[in-house]
Design a protein around this ligand. Structure first.
Ligand code: CMC
Length: 432
Protein backbone atom coordinates (compact mmCIF):
# COMPACT_ATOMS: atom_id res chain seq x y z
CA UNK A 1 0.00 0.00 0.00
CA UNK A 2 1.46 3.35 -0.98
CA UNK A 3 1.66 6.04 1.71
CA UNK A 4 -0.93 8.86 1.46
CA UNK A 5 0.68 12.01 0.02
CA UNK A 6 0.97 14.44 2.91
CA UNK A 7 -0.47 17.90 2.46
CA UNK A 8 1.67 20.94 3.19
CA UNK A 9 1.34 24.68 3.22
CA UNK A 10 4.47 26.30 1.83
CA UNK A 11 5.23 29.60 3.50
CA UNK A 12 7.88 32.04 2.39
CA UNK A 13 9.06 34.45 5.07
CA UNK A 14 9.82 37.63 3.17
CA UNK A 15 11.93 38.89 6.04
CA UNK A 16 14.48 36.11 5.64
CA UNK A 17 13.60 34.49 2.31
CA UNK A 18 13.31 31.12 4.06
CA UNK A 19 10.65 28.67 2.94
CA UNK A 20 8.78 26.50 5.46
CA UNK A 21 6.51 23.52 4.84
CA UNK A 22 3.71 23.34 7.38
CA UNK A 23 1.73 20.07 7.45
CA UNK A 24 -2.04 20.38 6.90
CA UNK A 25 -4.33 17.95 8.75
CA UNK A 26 -8.14 18.13 9.01
CA UNK A 27 -8.09 21.46 7.18
CA UNK A 28 -5.77 23.05 9.76
CA UNK A 29 -2.16 23.97 10.24
CA UNK A 30 -0.84 23.78 13.78
CA UNK A 31 -0.35 27.24 15.24
CA UNK A 32 2.73 25.95 17.07
CA UNK A 33 4.34 25.06 13.72
CA UNK A 34 4.55 28.79 13.07
CA UNK A 35 6.97 29.24 15.96
CA UNK A 36 9.85 27.87 13.89
CA UNK A 37 9.45 30.93 11.64
CA UNK A 38 12.00 33.35 13.10
CA UNK A 39 14.20 36.20 11.96
CA UNK A 40 16.99 35.29 14.39
CA UNK A 41 17.87 32.57 16.88
CA UNK A 42 16.60 34.62 19.84
CA UNK A 43 13.35 35.62 18.09
CA UNK A 44 10.29 34.12 19.89
CA UNK A 45 8.84 32.93 16.57
CA UNK A 46 5.64 33.75 14.72
CA UNK A 47 2.23 33.57 16.41
CA UNK A 48 -1.29 34.08 15.08
CA UNK A 49 -3.39 37.02 16.29
CA UNK A 50 -7.00 35.93 16.57
CA UNK A 51 -9.17 37.92 19.01
CA UNK A 52 -12.46 36.12 19.72
CA UNK A 53 -11.01 32.99 18.06
CA UNK A 54 -12.65 33.82 14.74
CA UNK A 55 -10.51 31.29 12.86
CA UNK A 56 -8.90 29.11 15.49
CA UNK A 57 -9.96 25.53 16.23
CA UNK A 58 -9.33 25.08 19.95
CA UNK A 59 -10.11 21.37 20.00
CA UNK A 60 -11.02 18.28 17.99
CA UNK A 61 -14.59 17.28 18.74
CA UNK A 62 -16.96 14.50 17.74
CA UNK A 63 -20.10 15.94 19.32
CA UNK A 64 -21.81 18.62 17.24
CA UNK A 65 -21.52 19.54 13.57
CA UNK A 66 -22.62 22.92 12.24
CA UNK A 67 -22.50 24.13 8.65
CA UNK A 68 -23.31 27.78 9.11
CA UNK A 69 -23.66 28.57 5.41
CA UNK A 70 -26.13 25.77 4.79
CA UNK A 71 -27.95 26.11 8.13
CA UNK A 72 -27.13 22.53 9.25
CA UNK A 73 -26.93 21.39 12.87
CA UNK A 74 -26.33 17.76 13.88
CA UNK A 75 -25.65 16.11 17.23
CA UNK A 76 -23.41 13.06 16.81
CA UNK A 77 -24.47 12.97 13.14
CA UNK A 78 -28.24 13.15 13.70
CA UNK A 79 -29.98 16.21 12.16
CA UNK A 80 -31.52 18.49 14.77
CA UNK A 81 -34.97 18.39 13.14
CA UNK A 82 -35.12 14.57 13.42
CA UNK A 83 -34.06 14.65 17.06
CA UNK A 84 -36.53 17.44 17.88
CA UNK A 85 -39.36 15.52 16.23
CA UNK A 86 -38.62 11.93 17.20
CA UNK A 87 -36.55 12.01 20.36
CA UNK A 88 -36.83 13.21 23.95
CA UNK A 89 -34.38 15.52 25.70
CA UNK A 90 -32.97 12.90 28.08
CA UNK A 91 -32.34 10.57 25.15
CA UNK A 92 -30.59 13.41 23.31
CA UNK A 93 -28.52 14.17 26.41
CA UNK A 94 -27.44 10.51 26.49
CA UNK A 95 -26.56 10.69 22.79
CA UNK A 96 -24.51 13.85 23.22
CA UNK A 97 -22.62 12.48 26.21
CA UNK A 98 -22.13 8.89 25.04
CA UNK A 99 -21.94 9.17 21.26
CA UNK A 100 -24.81 6.79 20.45
CA UNK A 101 -28.57 6.73 20.97
CA UNK A 102 -29.38 4.50 23.94
CA UNK A 103 -31.24 1.20 23.59
CA UNK A 104 -34.22 0.73 25.92
CA UNK A 105 -32.20 -0.84 28.76
CA UNK A 106 -29.49 1.84 28.58
CA UNK A 107 -32.13 4.57 28.51
CA UNK A 108 -33.98 3.16 31.51
CA UNK A 109 -30.83 3.15 33.65
CA UNK A 110 -29.88 6.65 32.45
CA UNK A 111 -33.33 8.17 33.06
CA UNK A 112 -33.57 6.44 36.44
CA UNK A 113 -30.18 7.80 37.57
CA UNK A 114 -31.10 11.34 36.54
CA UNK A 115 -34.54 11.12 38.11
CA UNK A 116 -32.98 9.99 41.41
CA UNK A 117 -30.53 12.87 41.58
CA UNK A 118 -33.02 15.72 41.18
CA UNK A 119 -33.21 16.58 44.89
CA UNK A 120 -30.81 19.23 46.25
CA UNK A 121 -29.38 19.35 49.79
CA UNK A 122 -31.64 21.31 52.15
CA UNK A 123 -28.76 23.73 52.82
CA UNK A 124 -29.08 24.93 49.22
CA UNK A 125 -32.44 26.39 50.19
CA UNK A 126 -30.77 28.39 52.97
CA UNK A 127 -28.23 29.63 50.48
CA UNK A 128 -31.03 30.77 48.17
CA UNK A 129 -32.86 32.47 51.00
CA UNK A 130 -29.88 34.84 51.27
CA UNK A 131 -30.62 36.40 47.88
CA UNK A 132 -32.71 39.54 47.58
CA UNK A 133 -36.32 38.97 46.50
CA UNK A 134 -35.58 40.48 43.06
CA UNK A 135 -32.25 38.69 42.44
CA UNK A 136 -31.87 37.68 38.79
CA UNK A 137 -32.30 33.88 38.57
CA UNK A 138 -29.19 33.57 36.36
CA UNK A 139 -27.14 35.17 39.15
CA UNK A 140 -28.70 32.68 41.58
CA UNK A 141 -27.95 29.81 39.20
CA UNK A 142 -24.29 30.81 38.81
CA UNK A 143 -23.89 30.85 42.58
CA UNK A 144 -25.84 27.72 43.46
CA UNK A 145 -24.25 25.57 40.75
CA UNK A 146 -20.82 26.73 41.95
CA UNK A 147 -21.87 26.02 45.54
CA UNK A 148 -22.68 22.39 44.67
CA UNK A 149 -18.93 21.72 44.49
CA UNK A 150 -18.82 22.18 48.27
CA UNK A 151 -21.47 19.47 48.70
CA UNK A 152 -19.62 16.96 46.49
CA UNK A 153 -15.90 17.42 47.20
CA UNK A 154 -15.05 14.12 45.47
CA UNK A 155 -15.97 15.87 42.18
CA UNK A 156 -12.44 17.25 42.05
CA UNK A 157 -11.21 13.81 40.92
CA UNK A 158 -11.93 14.70 37.32
CA UNK A 159 -9.76 11.95 35.87
CA UNK A 160 -11.82 9.20 37.52
CA UNK A 161 -14.55 8.23 35.00
CA UNK A 162 -16.87 6.78 37.65
CA UNK A 163 -16.76 9.92 39.77
CA UNK A 164 -17.17 12.01 36.63
CA UNK A 165 -20.27 10.09 35.60
CA UNK A 166 -21.85 10.71 38.99
CA UNK A 167 -21.40 14.48 38.62
CA UNK A 168 -22.91 14.31 35.13
CA UNK A 169 -26.05 12.70 36.61
CA UNK A 170 -26.15 15.26 39.38
CA UNK A 171 -25.70 18.34 37.22
CA UNK A 172 -28.28 17.34 34.59
CA UNK A 173 -30.68 16.28 37.33
CA UNK A 174 -30.27 19.25 39.66
CA UNK A 175 -30.21 22.20 37.29
CA UNK A 176 -34.03 22.20 36.78
CA UNK A 177 -34.50 22.04 40.56
CA UNK A 178 -32.15 24.98 41.15
CA UNK A 179 -33.80 26.92 38.31
CA UNK A 180 -37.30 26.33 39.66
CA UNK A 181 -36.24 27.19 43.23
CA UNK A 182 -34.72 30.46 41.97
CA UNK A 183 -38.05 31.34 40.35
CA UNK A 184 -40.10 30.41 43.42
CA UNK A 185 -37.75 32.50 45.55
CA UNK A 186 -38.39 35.54 43.34
CA UNK A 187 -42.13 35.01 43.71
CA UNK A 188 -42.00 34.40 47.47
CA UNK A 189 -43.58 31.00 46.85
CA UNK A 190 -42.70 27.80 48.74
CA UNK A 191 -40.29 25.54 46.87
CA UNK A 192 -41.82 22.51 45.19
CA UNK A 193 -39.81 19.29 45.42
CA UNK A 194 -39.13 17.10 42.39
CA UNK A 195 -41.59 14.32 41.56
CA UNK A 196 -39.96 11.16 40.30
CA UNK A 197 -42.90 9.90 38.27
CA UNK A 198 -42.82 12.96 35.99
CA UNK A 199 -40.67 13.38 32.86
CA UNK A 200 -37.63 15.65 32.90
CA UNK A 201 -39.53 18.56 31.33
CA UNK A 202 -42.77 17.72 33.15
CA UNK A 203 -41.02 17.70 36.52
CA UNK A 204 -39.45 21.07 35.80
CA UNK A 205 -42.82 22.65 34.89
CA UNK A 206 -44.32 21.08 38.01
CA UNK A 207 -41.60 22.53 40.28
CA UNK A 208 -42.03 25.92 38.59
CA UNK A 209 -45.77 26.35 38.51
CA UNK A 210 -47.36 24.01 41.03
CA UNK A 211 -50.01 25.87 42.99
CA UNK A 212 -53.15 24.06 44.13
CA UNK A 213 -54.16 21.32 41.71
CA UNK A 214 -51.79 22.38 38.87
CA UNK A 215 -51.37 19.62 36.26
CA UNK A 216 -48.65 19.71 33.62
CA UNK A 217 -50.16 20.24 30.16
CA UNK A 218 -48.75 17.53 27.83
CA UNK A 219 -48.38 19.92 24.86
CA UNK A 220 -46.44 22.43 26.94
CA UNK A 221 -44.39 19.59 28.45
CA UNK A 222 -43.50 18.39 24.96
CA UNK A 223 -42.66 21.97 23.85
CA UNK A 224 -40.38 22.40 26.86
CA UNK A 225 -38.68 19.12 26.06
CA UNK A 226 -38.11 20.14 22.41
CA UNK A 227 -36.69 23.49 23.53
CA UNK A 228 -34.23 21.68 25.81
CA UNK A 229 -33.21 19.48 22.87
CA UNK A 230 -32.69 22.48 20.59
CA UNK A 231 -30.42 24.11 23.15
CA UNK A 232 -28.51 20.98 24.17
CA UNK A 233 -25.27 21.72 22.35
CA UNK A 234 -23.83 24.12 19.84
CA UNK A 235 -20.15 23.22 19.61
CA UNK A 236 -17.55 25.81 20.67
CA UNK A 237 -19.83 28.74 21.58
CA UNK A 238 -18.92 31.27 24.27
CA UNK A 239 -20.25 29.37 27.30
CA UNK A 240 -18.95 25.99 26.09
CA UNK A 241 -15.53 27.51 25.49
CA UNK A 242 -15.75 28.89 29.05
CA UNK A 243 -16.63 25.41 30.35
CA UNK A 244 -13.66 23.91 28.53
CA UNK A 245 -11.26 26.70 29.52
CA UNK A 246 -12.20 26.59 33.21
CA UNK A 247 -12.29 22.78 33.19
CA UNK A 248 -8.82 22.68 31.62
CA UNK A 249 -7.38 23.69 35.00
CA UNK A 250 -8.76 20.32 36.24
CA UNK A 251 -11.22 22.05 38.57
CA UNK A 252 -14.45 20.19 39.45
CA UNK A 253 -17.33 20.40 36.92
CA UNK A 254 -19.58 22.45 39.25
CA UNK A 255 -17.08 25.31 39.28
CA UNK A 256 -16.62 25.02 35.52
CA UNK A 257 -20.38 24.88 34.90
CA UNK A 258 -20.91 27.95 37.12
CA UNK A 259 -18.51 29.81 34.80
CA UNK A 260 -20.36 28.52 31.74
CA UNK A 261 -23.68 29.79 33.15
CA UNK A 262 -21.99 33.15 33.75
CA UNK A 263 -20.89 33.27 30.10
CA UNK A 264 -24.38 32.34 28.94
CA UNK A 265 -25.91 35.15 31.02
CA UNK A 266 -24.67 37.90 28.66
CA UNK A 267 -27.10 39.53 26.19
CA UNK A 268 -24.96 38.55 23.20
CA UNK A 269 -25.32 34.87 24.11
CA UNK A 270 -28.08 33.21 26.17
CA UNK A 271 -29.37 36.53 27.43
CA UNK A 272 -30.50 37.38 23.89
CA UNK A 273 -33.93 35.72 24.23
CA UNK A 274 -34.63 38.01 27.17
CA UNK A 275 -33.40 40.99 25.14
CA UNK A 276 -35.64 40.03 22.18
CA UNK A 277 -38.76 40.14 24.31
CA UNK A 278 -37.83 43.48 25.81
CA UNK A 279 -37.11 44.79 22.29
CA UNK A 280 -40.47 43.57 20.89
CA UNK A 281 -42.32 45.09 23.84
CA UNK A 282 -40.48 48.37 23.33
CA UNK A 283 -41.32 48.46 19.60
CA UNK A 284 -44.90 47.93 20.73
CA UNK A 285 -46.71 47.87 17.38
CA UNK A 286 -46.09 46.94 13.74
CA UNK A 287 -46.17 50.54 12.50
CA UNK A 288 -43.12 51.35 14.66
CA UNK A 289 -40.95 48.67 13.01
CA UNK A 290 -39.54 50.78 10.14
CA UNK A 291 -38.39 53.49 12.57
CA UNK A 292 -36.76 50.88 14.81
CA UNK A 293 -34.93 49.24 11.89
CA UNK A 294 -33.77 52.66 10.73
CA UNK A 295 -32.30 53.23 14.19
CA UNK A 296 -30.53 49.83 14.06
CA UNK A 297 -29.04 50.56 10.64
CA UNK A 298 -27.91 54.07 11.50
CA UNK A 299 -26.46 53.19 14.90
CA UNK A 300 -23.19 51.85 13.52
CA UNK A 301 -23.63 48.57 15.43
CA UNK A 302 -24.68 50.14 18.76
CA UNK A 303 -28.35 49.15 18.44
CA UNK A 304 -28.86 45.54 17.39
CA UNK A 305 -31.87 43.69 16.12
CA UNK A 306 -31.77 41.16 18.95
CA UNK A 307 -32.35 37.54 17.96
CA UNK A 308 -30.75 38.17 14.57
CA UNK A 309 -27.27 37.26 13.41
CA UNK A 310 -24.88 34.54 14.45
CA UNK A 311 -21.13 34.03 14.43
CA UNK A 312 -21.53 30.71 12.62
CA UNK A 313 -24.91 30.73 10.84
CA UNK A 314 -24.95 32.87 7.75
CA UNK A 315 -28.30 31.36 6.85
CA UNK A 316 -31.55 30.68 8.73
CA UNK A 317 -30.71 29.05 12.09
CA UNK A 318 -32.32 25.57 11.79
CA UNK A 319 -33.38 25.79 15.44
CA UNK A 320 -35.33 29.00 14.75
CA UNK A 321 -37.34 27.19 12.06
CA UNK A 322 -38.35 24.41 14.47
CA UNK A 323 -39.19 26.89 17.24
CA UNK A 324 -41.39 28.90 14.89
CA UNK A 325 -43.47 25.78 14.19
CA UNK A 326 -43.52 24.85 17.86
CA UNK A 327 -44.88 28.29 18.70
CA UNK A 328 -48.12 27.54 16.84
CA UNK A 329 -48.69 24.39 18.92
CA UNK A 330 -48.02 26.25 22.16
CA UNK A 331 -50.29 29.15 21.23
CA UNK A 332 -53.14 26.64 20.62
CA UNK A 333 -52.98 25.99 24.36
CA UNK A 334 -51.97 29.35 25.77
CA UNK A 335 -53.57 31.73 23.29
CA UNK A 336 -51.58 33.75 20.79
CA UNK A 337 -48.78 35.96 22.03
CA UNK A 338 -49.58 39.42 20.65
CA UNK A 339 -45.86 40.13 20.22
CA UNK A 340 -45.72 37.34 17.61
CA UNK A 341 -47.26 39.63 15.00
CA UNK A 342 -44.54 42.20 15.61
CA UNK A 343 -41.86 39.47 15.43
CA UNK A 344 -43.22 38.03 12.17
CA UNK A 345 -43.43 41.46 10.56
CA UNK A 346 -39.97 42.38 11.84
CA UNK A 347 -38.54 39.20 10.33
CA UNK A 348 -40.32 39.85 7.01
CA UNK A 349 -39.08 43.42 6.71
CA UNK A 350 -35.54 42.62 7.90
CA UNK A 351 -35.20 39.70 5.48
CA UNK A 352 -35.99 41.95 2.54
CA UNK A 353 -33.72 44.77 3.70
CA UNK A 354 -30.36 45.29 2.01
CA UNK A 355 -28.58 45.92 5.36
CA UNK A 356 -29.51 42.49 6.78
CA UNK A 357 -29.18 40.62 3.47
CA UNK A 358 -25.70 41.99 2.83
CA UNK A 359 -24.51 40.96 6.30
CA UNK A 360 -26.31 37.59 6.15
CA UNK A 361 -28.27 38.33 9.31
CA UNK A 362 -31.08 35.81 9.86
CA UNK A 363 -33.25 34.96 12.87
CA UNK A 364 -31.36 32.83 15.40
CA UNK A 365 -32.62 30.42 18.06
CA UNK A 366 -33.48 33.28 20.40
CA UNK A 367 -35.77 35.23 18.08
CA UNK A 368 -38.88 33.11 18.67
CA UNK A 369 -38.07 31.12 21.82
CA UNK A 370 -38.90 34.02 24.15
CA UNK A 371 -42.39 34.30 22.66
CA UNK A 372 -43.07 30.69 23.60
CA UNK A 373 -41.61 31.15 27.08
CA UNK A 374 -43.74 34.23 27.63
CA UNK A 375 -46.88 32.43 26.51
CA UNK A 376 -46.01 29.61 28.93
CA UNK A 377 -45.92 32.25 31.71
CA UNK A 378 -42.17 32.25 32.35
CA UNK A 379 -41.01 35.68 33.49
CA UNK A 380 -38.47 37.25 31.15
CA UNK A 381 -35.64 36.81 33.67
CA UNK A 382 -36.04 33.06 33.43
CA UNK A 383 -35.40 32.76 29.67
CA UNK A 384 -31.62 32.42 29.86
CA UNK A 385 -32.12 29.99 32.75
CA UNK A 386 -34.19 27.76 30.43
CA UNK A 387 -31.34 27.91 27.90
CA UNK A 388 -28.90 26.84 30.65
CA UNK A 389 -31.00 23.80 31.62
CA UNK A 390 -30.91 22.44 28.06
CA UNK A 391 -27.26 23.35 27.53
CA UNK A 392 -26.00 21.54 30.64
CA UNK A 393 -25.74 18.21 28.77
CA UNK A 394 -23.68 19.87 26.02
CA UNK A 395 -21.35 21.60 28.49
CA UNK A 396 -20.75 18.30 30.26
CA UNK A 397 -20.18 16.37 27.03
CA UNK A 398 -17.66 18.96 25.86
CA UNK A 399 -15.98 19.03 29.28
CA UNK A 400 -15.74 15.23 29.34
CA UNK A 401 -14.31 15.17 25.82
CA UNK A 402 -11.74 17.79 26.87
CA UNK A 403 -10.74 15.88 30.02
CA UNK A 404 -10.17 12.70 27.98
CA UNK A 405 -8.37 14.44 25.10
CA UNK A 406 -4.63 13.79 25.24
CA UNK A 407 -3.98 16.85 23.03
CA UNK A 408 -5.47 19.20 25.63
CA UNK A 409 -3.58 21.15 28.27
CA UNK A 410 -4.53 24.02 30.54
CA UNK A 411 -5.96 26.82 28.38
CA UNK A 412 -3.48 29.62 28.14
CA UNK A 413 -3.56 31.89 25.07
CA UNK A 414 -0.68 34.16 24.13
CA UNK A 415 -0.88 37.95 23.83
CA UNK A 416 0.67 40.65 21.72
CA UNK A 417 2.20 42.98 24.30
CA UNK A 418 1.90 46.63 23.26
CA UNK A 419 2.51 48.27 26.63
CA UNK A 420 5.47 50.23 28.01
CA UNK A 421 9.01 48.90 27.92
CA UNK A 422 10.93 48.63 31.20
CA UNK A 423 10.92 51.81 33.33
CA UNK A 424 12.11 52.77 36.78
CA UNK A 425 9.66 53.10 39.67
CA UNK A 426 8.76 56.72 40.54
CA UNK A 427 7.88 57.47 44.22
CA UNK A 428 4.43 59.03 44.80
CA UNK A 429 5.81 62.49 45.77
CA UNK A 430 7.84 62.65 42.55
CA UNK A 431 4.89 61.83 40.23
CA UNK A 432 3.15 64.53 38.18
N1 CMC B 1 -28.51 43.65 14.33
C1 CMC B 1 -27.94 44.57 13.54
N2 CMC B 1 -26.72 44.44 13.01
C2 CMC B 1 -26.04 43.31 13.32
C3 CMC B 1 -26.56 42.32 14.14
C4 CMC B 1 -27.86 42.51 14.64
N3 CMC B 1 -28.42 41.59 15.42
N4 CMC B 1 -25.67 41.32 14.28
C5 CMC B 1 -24.60 41.70 13.56
N5 CMC B 1 -24.82 42.90 12.99
C6 CMC B 1 -23.93 43.62 12.08
C7 CMC B 1 -22.70 44.14 12.81
O1 CMC B 1 -22.93 45.43 13.32
C8 CMC B 1 -21.67 44.12 11.70
O2 CMC B 1 -21.92 45.21 10.86
P1 CMC B 1 -20.68 45.97 10.11
O3 CMC B 1 -20.10 44.92 9.19
O4 CMC B 1 -21.31 47.12 9.42
O5 CMC B 1 -19.74 46.39 11.21
C9 CMC B 1 -22.03 42.85 10.92
O6 CMC B 1 -23.44 42.66 11.12
C10 CMC B 1 -21.27 41.61 11.33
O7 CMC B 1 -21.56 41.36 12.69
P2 CMC B 1 -20.50 40.92 13.76
O8 CMC B 1 -20.73 41.72 15.01
O9 CMC B 1 -19.12 40.92 13.18
O10 CMC B 1 -20.90 39.42 13.99
P3 CMC B 1 -20.43 38.48 15.16
O11 CMC B 1 -20.27 37.15 14.58
O12 CMC B 1 -19.29 39.07 15.90
O13 CMC B 1 -21.69 38.53 16.17
C11 CMC B 1 -23.66 38.02 17.29
C12 CMC B 1 -22.62 37.54 16.28
C13 CMC B 1 -24.65 36.89 17.55
C14 CMC B 1 -22.99 38.38 18.63
C15 CMC B 1 -24.37 39.27 16.71
O14 CMC B 1 -24.99 38.92 15.48
C16 CMC B 1 -25.39 39.86 17.67
O15 CMC B 1 -25.00 40.64 18.54
N6 CMC B 1 -26.71 39.49 17.53
C17 CMC B 1 -27.71 39.96 18.44
C18 CMC B 1 -27.66 39.17 19.74
C19 CMC B 1 -28.21 37.77 19.57
O16 CMC B 1 -29.28 37.56 19.01
N7 CMC B 1 -27.48 36.78 20.13
C20 CMC B 1 -27.91 35.38 20.13
C21 CMC B 1 -26.98 34.49 19.35
S1 CMC B 1 -27.69 32.88 19.04
C22 CMC B 1 -27.78 32.12 20.56
C23 CMC B 1 -26.52 31.99 21.29
O17 CMC B 1 -25.55 31.41 20.79
O18 CMC B 1 -26.46 32.46 22.42
Amino acid sequence: MSAQPREFLSVTDNRTGKVYELPIADGCIKALDLRQIKVSADDFGLMTYDPAYMNTASCKSRITFIDGDKGILRYRGYPIDQLAEKSRYLEVAYLILNGELPNQAQYDVWADEITHHTMVHENVKDLMAGFRYDAHPMGMLVSTIGALSTFYPEAKHVHDPVIRQKQVFRLIAKIPTLAAFAYRHSQGLPYVYPENHLSYAGNFLHMMFKIGDYKVNPILERAMDVLFTLHADHEQNCSTSAMRAIGSSAVDPYSAAAGAVGALYGPLHGGANEAVLRMLAEIGSKDKIPAFLKEVKESGGDVKLMGFGHRVYKNYDPRAKIIKELADQVFEVTGRNRLLDIALELEKIALSDEYFLKRKLYPNVDFYSGLIYQAMKFPVDMYPVLFAIGRMSGWLAQWQEMVEDKDQKITRPRQVYLGEGERTFVPMNARK
